[in-house]
Design a binder for this molecule. Structure first.
Ligand code: M6R
Length: 598
């Protein structure tokens, strides 16, 4: 949610900031801006809309300077507009700030500052920050920032520059992610690694409530009391190519096609979880997550309960925190998150930790807040997921959950050696099976074209594929803005069946499984009411073709593992509908990749 980049060094700063912003655009894209320090002056340029608008402005109004900060915004307080775009300056125009997060007490602070004659130009919460720093500024920017932080409530990652101290960038994080990139004679700040990967692979993940003073040859980090901290320097394991489109039309398609390689990698890298958790003692599991990761958690419930035979609850992270959850001794919390920075998931995890629960995370970003706060982290090895719509991270989360479930089942002696071997052998066939489905992309595109103009979609599934019905509907909604609902097919008769008529497209997940016959009955019920059915079925099922015109076949697979396959046509269907409607699939409206506000 919002992207921050900053640079100090010997090169012209504007192109570096612009390039970094383009790589961060997935975090928000309703306005963008840049502040450059040159000749003891702050120059700020900003524009409503995509980074391309800022780029055009920068072509007309060149800014020179070797120190600057930039921002791409996802609006929280104040409409998307040039005025509300960051960087924001204090009244004097000497201090510029970029902010990711929410200042919860900004109204109170604004009133106080207005009494002291500070004037505001925007409707944002962020504009109080440079003014507060300015109020406390008496010749030492770092000191002024520390004073200001005592007043700020909420979450924030900040990049701050000042015309009066033109040889440094200050950076601070409080519940919103921020990294520092280390170069030779140049240093960077950024919300995420891809923004600086072209320049350096050496990064420091700034910890919560740490403040960094960044000069071109030096980085000093301290806690809020001013005690020096020696940071851990990490080396980024993936290359710039992994964060690029690699010949695909967009990131989403590339990421959909990466899934076979990702699930194979997880299998090859799997080692039993290590850490201070005794998995033998676990009596119940609570999974917390949001969005697509929540759907992975729902699949996890079916899988864990079936294989491990212990009760599993799955909670939306945003609800978990506020419903006074009952966390018993020997409860294991599993937090699932692609980014590891989702504010709701982090808040849920922190709530759970108050009850001394053990925490295992399934996360794609090593070094993220979630991985740092977990007792054990299972890396999902998906590589950078740039498209806002999550695809490869989802199947990576599923594969990780399957392996975790098999590990726990073995530990609890619920599976014998042969059963375990059989399960692993099924999982080893997944990558090839996914490739076969990807090869059907032309068929799926044709079906997408045919159903493009339907005003609403229903997605139905049962058992372990019910969560994929939710996931299919989410993908369609977020990419093509068509109302879509996912249901457990058995629920249809309890109300939603009233929705079906000839204008309803119904996507039915009807692969071979113990609930296939029940799904077939649901399909018949839909057909009887003139619904337009698209079925996902197992190769070799001749019967279904006599009922349903549009069938997408998937290879045969053990039913428990089938979500790893059935989700692929759902992703492609949503992708093609959105593309054919002419929408930007990588950056759907109103969304941002990393939701770092509650
Ligand atoms: O980074 P996370 O996995 O924690 O993100 C959770 C959700 O925000 C995310 O899955 C979201 O629902 C995606 N846009 C779905 O495609």
């Amino acid at each position: 949610m919002c992207g921050i980049i900053g640079y100090i060094g010997k090169q012209r700063v504007a192109p570096i900031i612009l390039e970094g912003l383009k790589r961060l655009e997935y975090r928000g894209y309703d306005s963008a801006g840049i502040a450059v320090i040159n000749k003891n002056k702050v120059s700020v340029l900003k524009r409503k809309g995509r980074i391309a608008n800022l780029e055009n402005l920068l072509k007309k109004r060149q800014v020179s300077g070797e120190l600057g900060i930039g921002h791409t915004r996802w609006a929280t307080h104040g409409a998307p507009s040039t005025k509300n775009a960051h960087p924001h300056c204090d009244c004097s125009g000497r201090i510029a700030v970029v902010h990711n997060g929410i200042i919860e007490n900004y109204q109170e602070l604004k009133r106080e500052l207005e009494k002291d004659d500070y004037r505001f130009k925007s409707q944002t919460d962020s504009e109080v920050i440079p003014n507060l720093i300015s109020k406390f500024y008496k010749g030492n920017l770092e000191k002024a920032l520390r004073e200001a932080m005592k007043k700020l409530k909420g979450s924030y990652a900040l990049g701050i520059v000042s015309a009066d101290e033109p040889e440094k960038i200050l950076a601070v994080r409080n519940d919103s992610p921020l990294i520092i990139g280390l170069g030779k004679g140049e240093n960077f700040i950024a919300s995420d690694v891809p923004a600086i990967l072209k320049h350096t692979k050496k990064v420091i993940y700034l910890q919560n409530r740490q403040l960094a003073v960044i000069e071109k040859d030096n980085v000093d980090i301290s806690d809020l009391e001013g005690n020096k901290v020696s940071p851990k320097i990490d080396s980024v394991s993936y290359s710039i190519e992994a964060a690029q489109k690699g010949g695909f039309r967009d990131f989403m398609l590339k990421e959909i096609y990466e899934q076979p390689a990702v699930v194979s990698k997880i299998l090859s890298q799997w080692v039993s979880p290590e850490g201070n958790i005794d998995f033998r003692d676990i009596e119940q599991i609570i999974i917390v997550a949001c969005g697509t990761a929540f759907h992975a958690g729902l699949v996890g419930k079916y899988v864990l309960e079936s294989l491990v035979r212990i009760p599993v609850w799955v909670d939306l992270a945003s609800e978990f925190r506020y419903r006074k959850p009952i966390i018993k001794k020997n409860t294991l919390i599993i937090a699932i998150s692609q980014s590891g920075e989702t504010a709701d998931t982090l808040a849920a995890v922190r709530e759970a930790k108050k009850s001394k629960a053990k925490l295992i995370s399934i996360c794609n970003v090593l070094g993220s807040s979630l991985t740092r706060e977990s007792d054990v982290n299972l890396d999902t090895y998906a590589g950078p997921e740039v498209s806002v719509a999550s695809t490869k991270a989802y199947t990576a989360q599923l594969m990780t959950l399957y392996l975790l479930a098999l590990y726990l089942a073995k530990l609890k002696q619920n599976l014998n050696k042969d059963e375990l071997k059989k399960a692993i052998s099924s999982l080893q066939k997944v990558a090839a099976a996914q490739k076969k489905i990807l090869d059907k992309n032309k068929d799926i595109k044709r079906i997408a074209r045919k159903h493009l103009h339907f005003g609403a979609f229903l997605y139905l599934g049962r058992g372990v594929n019910f969560p994929n019905a939710l996931e299919g509907a989410l993908k369609l909604k977020e990419l093509s803005y068509i109302p879509a609902e996912g249901y457990a097919a058995g629920e249809m008769k309890h109300g939603p069946i009233a929705l079906i008529d000839e204008y309803r497209a119904i996507v039915c997940i009807a692969n071979d499984s113990p609930v296939y016959d029940k799904m077939l009955s649901n399909i018949q019920e839909g057909l009887a009411r003139k619904g337009k059915i698209i079925a996902i079925a197992t190769q070799g099922n001749e019967q279904i073709k006599s009922y349903v015109k549009e069938v997408i076949f998937i290879p045969k697979i053990e039913p428990l593992f089938s979500p790893l396959l059935t989700v692929i046509p759902l992703q492609l269907l949503a992708y093609y509908v959105a593309c054919l409607k002419g929408y930007d699939v990588d950056k759907p409206r109103n969304l941002a990749k990393s939701v770092t506000v509650e």
